[in-house]
Design a protein around this ligand. Structure first.
Ligand code: ZN
Ligand code: ZN
Length: 266
């Protein structure tokens, strides 16, 4: 994260000491998040103020897993929060990605596929966790070799009431090179956003806050559900400005229009 903040903003990033971010939830699931992922990310950034006398803090939070519509295609979203407590500023940037090694397998003790499953998740370059299926409170985290993974699966499966252990990708960023790449891209996005100052109050972080639907139909000009304008806003003074779609489109397809569709024969 340091290069974009140094290059674009002249800001130095340092690691906040003695911050236990696990209190806000863990990837291995033994501690649940106290709030939805975006709020949790901002709370995590604010933890830095407990141990450092600074005005600004950044944190990231990731959420990975199967998505409902495409159950066999794992995906994720990375969230990065910037908090400036002096200006009362909170900027959240997100990045959705399909670039992930996230997988979850369930094995009984002695299952022959454990090694191949771990390798398919990139182990040992990427980390993996082993968790007893019926007791998720004690995930086995620092596994260093395939032998250790197999032993942990056997042990945790035996310990679990249903005889099953979960083998799951370690999504902590320091054990997941793919996440690190996404986080690098997201930190450029966040730093670029902070470069944009609100035209009204001058606070950093002016940028996309939403969109307005209603792009007119090409046939009858009635508003459709297509996006008409993108809205940029300032989270401090509330100033907002509409800007046209990036792709320059000014009319929506007839197919997206309720009245044209119901009027057309057949
Ligand atoms: Zn129409
Ligand atoms: Zn403003």
């Amino acid at each position: 994260m340091a290069p974009p903040f140094r290059r674009l903003l002249g800001a130095e990033i340092v690691t906040a000491p003695d911050v236990d971010t696990d209190q806000l939830g863990t990837f291995s699931g033994e501690i649940a998040r106290p709030a939805p992922v975006v709020e949790t990310c901002a709370l995590k950034a604010e933890l830095a103020f407990q141990t450092m006398d600074v005005d600004c803090a950044i944190a990231s939070e990731g959420s990975y897993g199967p998505i409902d519509r495409l159950p066999f295609r794992p995906s994720g979203v990375e969230i990065m929060a910037f908090v400036d407590r002096r200006r009362g500023l909170k900027i959240i940037e997100t990045m959705a990605t399909h670039r992930t090694n996230w997988r979850l397998f369930t094995f009984a003790s002695g299952a022959p596929e454990v090694r191949a499953a771990a390798v398919s998740m990139g182990f040992p370059e990427y980390g993996v966790f082993v968790i007893a299926n019926k007791d998720r409170s004690r995930p086995i985290k620092e596994l260093a070799s395939l032998d250790e993974v197999v032993a942990a699966v056997d042990r945790e499966a035996t310990r679990s009431e249903d005889g099953k252990a979960i083998l799951i990708a370690d999504m902590r960023a320091h054990r997941n090179p793919t996440r690190m790449k996404v986080l690098r891209a997201l930190s450029w996005k966040l730093a670029k956003r902070l470069q944009c100052l609100c035209p009204k109050c001058g606070v950093p972080g002016f940028g996309h806050t939403g969109s307005r639907r209603g792009l007119p139909c090409e046939g009858c000009s009635a508003p459709t559900h297509w996006i008409d304008f993108e809205i940029d806003g300032c989270t401090v003074c509330g100033h907002a400005a509409a800007r046209p779609r990036k792709d320059g489109r000014q009319i929506a397809s007839r197919l997206s229009c309720k009245s044209c569709r119901s009027a057309s024969p057949g």
